[in-house]
Ligand binder design. Structure first.
Ligand code: HEC
Ligand code: HEC
Length: 505
């Protein structure tokens, strides 16, 4: 296992600053981002400029306070534009319950960062920013889902890890298919980045050409298509892009062209509320935001002071975190073989074949030939820290090991687990089990309280003690510890923080 946050990897020291002056998009905050303009830059071999302009445009979009003439909000009914709770009862002509795509909640807000705000922009959110959802339009508050706002930093890390895991799983499935074709049947254990996802059993049902039937009943923590979905508390979205267009619709009432085409699905009199280029820009922005850090790492590079006793407590807590089995789900680190983020993705299952509106991404210029890519180890623009020694430390970029390989300290196995009845949602609209949740990343967890999917835990200790189901054994081991050891685990979790050099000044 690689050591996380060990600020020694030379590959993250930069000699040049990556910013170039921005033009066009950056100066026009309200102008929609034109995907074809970004494509032109890529074609003219200015992919780095395309990336930086998209990042800058995404920054503007995520903090922009949209107004009615941009189409923010929706025609809720009763003359309202926003609602904090679902209104299945408002089902009159063009009202809340008739919008397409079917509303899950909202519209709630006029900017992304009005919820993603703690401890600073793009972070998590307090309980006042919780979202209430009624995807099945039950109109029954006892069935509503409550969701706490998560952080948006460095989302290239979960997406790239999930992409690489899925590729491993696809290959295992293909090997098993060939074996089943040769021998009649085959069973394969699915393991990706050392995480076990159960098994598949394949049976040949016809020869020449060979066809197999696949029994997916023994899969664990993953969907039958073997796409690892690293986003959302339930682990139900594969990509930043798909989450973003749903969030824009449900939370802001901004309906992207790729979601509804030229229709006015929320009856607010505005169409084309977000362009394909806008969604690309938001995607690249969140992908390339600075990664969460640890206080130990900040102390090592001289940004903060940390007493030796605190360092010792954190190290002891990290050790206990591993020995009581927290790390069996919250995997501390994983290697990223190819730390190149690509929008659109080049991995099957992570790029839209068709947009939700039925149009092809190609028709809008979103093609892999002109994909905007960035190197996660070098290109994230933020958190380039000037050291006391005069050197530059690229704290915002993906960590690397001694060989320059990307190391992600995300503290998740990207698998869904049954957390027991006490943590259950009141209803199960996705049909994956009401008490089943994705192992939540602990990267930055010291800065993202309150915790758990509905924000019920006001302290880290409460969050740990609320674990049940598959996590019951390690939760009980934590509960049985001495107070001093339990406090060490919490000190370790508190050392994992969000940090923005811009906010620190
Ligand atoms: C009303 C509050 C609110 C607003 C406004 C909001 N979000 Fe969120 N966001 C949430 C909540 C709550 C979650 C967790 C949802 C879940 O998992 O079901 C979330 C999760 C996300 C995630 C998934 C992160 C992860 O690691 O799983 C992304 C991406 C995201 N939001 C992007 C956006 C963007 C982009 C906007 C603006 C277009 C936006 N959000 C506006 C509340 C909000
Ligand atoms: C069986 C897998 C599993 C094990 C073992 C496990 N966790 Fe978790 N953990 C999860 C899942 C799933 C969630 C999200 C649950 C939810 O939101 O309802 C979570 C959430 C958390 C959170 C809240 C994160 C947030 O952003 O709100 C903390 C803190 C946490 N775990 C710490 C621990 C510690 C410490 C241990 C060991 C004592 C541990 N976990 C053991 C699966 C696990």
């Amino acid at each position: 296992m690689n050591k996380c946050y060990s600020s020694i990897a030379p590959a993250t020291f930069l000699t040049t600053v990556l910013f170039t002056p921005l033009t066009a998009i950056a100066e026009e905050p309200l102008q929609q981002v034109d995907q074809n303009y970004l494509n032109e830059l890529v074609i003219r071999d200015q992919g780095d400029t395309a990336f930086l302009q998209a990042f800058e445009a995404g920054d503007k979009l995520s903090e922009f306070d949209f107004t009615a003439n941009h189409g923010v909000g929706a025609n809720i009914g009763e003359g309202r534009r926003f609602t904090r709770f679902p209104r299945a009862d408002l089902d009159g002509d063009q009202e809340w319950a008739t919008h397409f795509p079917k509303r899950e909640g909202g519209a709630n807000a006029t900017s992304c960062i009005s919820c993603h705000s703690a401890p600073f922009a793009n972070g998590a959110g307090g309980v006042a920013m919780n979202v209430v959802l009624d995807p099945d339009h039950t109109g029954d508050p006892s069935q509503y889902l409550e969701r706490n706002t998560t952080s948006l930093f460095a989302l290239s890390i979960p997406q790239r890890l999930a992409e690489e895991m899925s590729v491993e799983l696809y290959l295992l499935r293909e090997d098993a298919r060939q074996l089943a074709c040769a021998k009649g049947s085959a069973t394969v254990a699915l393991v990706a980045k050392e995480v076990a996802f159960g098994s598949l059993s394949l049976t040949r049902i016809s020869e020449d050409p060979c066809e197999v039937s696949i029994d997916t009943s023994q899969l664990a923590g993953i969907d039958a298509d073997l796409v690892v979905r690293p986003f959302g508390w339930k682990g139900n979205h594969a990509t930043i892009r798909s989450f973003t267009r749903d969030a824009a619709h449900n939370e802001l009432g901004l309906q992207a062209t790729e979601l509804v085409g030229a229709q006015d699905g929320d009856y607010d009199g505005v169409i084309h509320e977000l362009s394909v280029g806008d969604v690309t820009a938001l995607t690249l922005y969140m992908a390339a935001l600075e990664r969460p850090v640890s206080t130990v790492e900040l102390a090592d590079i001289g940004v903060i002071d940390l007493a030796e006793v605190q360092k010792a407590d954190i190290a002891a807590g990290e050790h206990l975190f591993n020995t009581v089995g927290c790390s069996s789900c919250h995997t501390p680190s994983m290697t990223i073989a190819d730390p190149t983020f690509s929008a659109p993705s080049r991995v099957a299952g992570y790029a839209d074949i068709l947009f939700p509106d039925g149009s092809s991404p190609e028709a809008h210029g979103l093609v892999s030939d002109t994909a905007i890519t960035f190197d996660m180890r070098l290109d994230p623009p933020n958190n380039q820290i000037l050291l006391g020694s005069g050197g530059m430390y690229h704290l915002g970029a993906l960590e690397t090991d001694a060989k320059g390989k990307g190391i992600a300290c995300w503290y998740s196995d990207f698998k869904r687990h049954d957390m027991g009845p006490a943590l259950s949602d009141p209803s199960d609209p996705l049909g994956m089990g009401a008490s089943v949740f994705l192992t939540r990343s602990l990267a930055g967890v010291g800065s993202t309280g309150p915790w758990l999917h509905d924000g019920r835990a006001t302290t880290l200790e409460e969050a740990i003690l609320a674990h049940g189901g598959e996590a019951a054994v390690s939760r009980n081991a934590y509960a049985a510890m001495s107070d001093a050891d339990a406090a060490r685990i919490v000190s370790f979790l508190e050392s994992l923080i969000l940090f923005s050099a811009d906010e620190a000044h």
